[in-house]
Ligand binder design. Structure first.
Ligand code: VG1
Ligand code: CO
Length: 530
């Protein structure tokens, strides 16, 4: 292969955020923009001396038709002992020429690059003068085959095979299958939202578990997600939500564009993601993988509700609270201290790989439903949730997103909140708002227990005497303006039948008053409520 050097100028804005570099497609289409960033990723792979050592990529593994879900890619990196992997995806954002794109880099453990690595990539990108291009002949991605060009090869693999092998080792497919075939009245519907999980869902739910093809919808992956917003929540997965209600579906699920998120719903039931990971942790003994490995520990991101904390306390599991973003779970898993974790943003997963995993979460819930129904036939998702609340209490939780607000307004909100930490702490702590007394306010800071690295400025937390919390942070995955995320949580030991929005109403009022969000952003209401 011939390698040539292309002169280039650096771009100043290639700093990866919560999960990769996320920009509008048009930004990536600027001359040299994408090449520069990819070159920076490759140059950041150690060892690379200050002289600019050359990195030889000897082999590329690519999913058939260019398709691999993020969890399947994580698995493949681990299984093949690869140096790392590059994921090209808009993830949970709309795609297509006028929308989003993203480049995520995962390291050899299969997980998202930690901050030390993304910082290094950013540093390199700021002074890049050349990138290398190889004249690799065109390869047909629609055929599973290996192409060799001298010392370099390109292997096109089946996108689904390895992943299916993996989940079949984790779950008892025979028992799920027999539950489904013995319960013809139990209806399941999976929405791939025209993202990457379609081929996985078809193989797993239809071919392996014997459900009819009508159990999967929007299963043909499309480059622009069919014009939709492939984020599995009540707002954007409305097609699924409507069908679940109208057709009385017992078990509805959706996954995002790159397959790492999940939403679980039933008729009249929404499984809040913070509850979801808690229920999975509480029922892990029903899942063969955890029967084998045991539970080494559980974790959640900081804004995620403390529902899993209650499970950890009762069952004696170690608990970790990390900043937002899956990259923070990797070290704990590699050190054998973490088995199950989740984020309120519809991310749930375990140490079977190093990414959150949408289909894995759906199968976890399905396994739990199947097992619970063995002893208590007819148990619905709501019954399982209610039993959980009765045992552990309920952490009412909601997130308000204010998307694409102008950066100035967003920064004002955060700066204003920061004054309560830096200057007005004494008068703020102890104040009572709508019946909630402030116990503390801080900006979340995390020290990784494994490598000691410190991450600051991870979100402003207002903690109340009764354990309720209000959290403000700015999104690190948006591509336009700024997105403010407001998270609120209220714990109740015995009153678990309330509507979530009603339960947290006063906390939302408090949050808006304290932050002066409406005044600073001119937004009367959020874009999305979950
Ligand atoms: C959001 C979520 C975060 C998640 C991240 C990546 O980040 O809040 O929990 O890990 O997206 O999800 P932010 O910074 O916008 O709040 V994905 O589907 O792109 O891997
Ligand atoms: Co995603």
């Amino acid at each position: 292969l011939e390698i040539s050097q292309v002169p280039t100028n650096p771009f100043a804005d290639q700093k990866p955020g919560t999960s990769g570099l996320r920009k509008r497609v048009r930004v990536f289409q600027q001359p040299h923009y994408t090449e520069n960033f990819v070159q920076s990723i490759l140059a950041a792979i150690p060892p690379n001396g200050p002289e600019g050592a050359t990195l030889v990529v000897a082999k590329l593994i690519i999913g058939k038709d260019g398709i691999l879900s993020t969890p399947a890619a994580s698995n493949l990196i681990r299984k093949r002992h690869a140096t790392g992997g590059i994921l090209l995806t808009a993830s949970h954002n709309p795609g297509g020429p006028d929308n989003d794109f993203g480049i995520k880099y995962n390291i050899s453990n299969g997980g998202p690059a930690p901050e030390a690595v993304t910082d290094k990539i950013f540093q390199i990108s700021k002074s890049l003068a050349h990138y290398s291009v190889a004249n690799v002949p065109q390869v047909d991605l629609s055929v599973v085959a290996t192409h060799t060009f001298g010392a370099f090869s390109v292997e096109v693999v089946d996108s689904v095979d390895d992943y299916v092998t993996l989940v079949k080792e984790i779950y008892d497919f025979a028992s799920i299958r027999s539950f489904l075939s013995n319960s013809p009245q139990f209806k399941l519907l999976f929405d791939a939202m025209h993202g990457v999980t379609g081929p996985y869902a078809k193989r797993i739910f239809v071919d392996e578990l014997g459900l009819p093809i009508s159990s999967v919808m929007n299963f043909v992956p499309k480059e622009d997600f069919g014009g939709g917003h492939p984020d599995p929540n009540l707002t954007y997965a409305h097609e699924l939500v409507e069908r679940v209600e109208k057709e009385g579906i017992d078990f509805g699920a959706a996954s995002d564009g790159d397959g790492d998120r999940n939403m679980i719903i039933g008729k009249g039931t929404f499984v809040n993601p913070s509850d979801s990971v808690a229920v999975i942790a509480a029922n892990a003994h029903l899942i063969p993988y955890f029967q084998k490995t045991g539970i080494h520990g559980v974790a959640r991101s900081m804004p995620t509700s403390g529902a899993i904390d209650r499970v950890a306390q009762k069952k004696g599991f170690a608990l970790f609270e990390v900043p937002t973003g899956w990259k923070f779970f990797g070290n704990l898993m590699d050190a054998g201290r973490l088995s199950i974790c989740g984020e309120e943003s519809f991310g749930t997963g375990s140490d079977h790989i190093r990414e959150k995993d949408g289909i894995w979460a759906v199968l976890a819930w399905l396994s739990i439903v199947a097992k619970v129904n063995e002893t208590k036939p007819g148990s619905s998702l709501q019954d399982i949730l209610n039993a959980h609340y009765a045992e552990y209490g309920r952490n009412y939780f909601s997130r308000y997103d204010y998307e694409e607000v102008d950066s100035e307004g967003a920064n004002k909100v955060m700066a204003h909140l920061t004054t309560f930490i830096d200057h007005k702490r004494d008068e703020f702590v102890g104040q009572t708002f709508h019946g909630f007394t402030v116990r503390n306010i801080d900006n979340f800071k995390y020290t990784d227990p494994i490598d000691g690295s410190v991450s600051t400025n991870q979100g402003i937390r207002i903690l109340f005497e009764d354990g309720s919390r209000i959290i403000f942070r700015l999104s690190g995955t948006g591509s336009q303006g700024a997105t403010i995320r407001l998270y609120v949580e209220k714990y109740s030991v015995d009153n678990y039948g309330q509507d979530a929005q009603a339960a947290i109403k006063e906390l939302i009022q408090t949050a808006l008053e304290v932050s002066r969000l409406v005044e600073f952003t001119k937004r009367e209401s959020p874009t999305v409520i979950t």
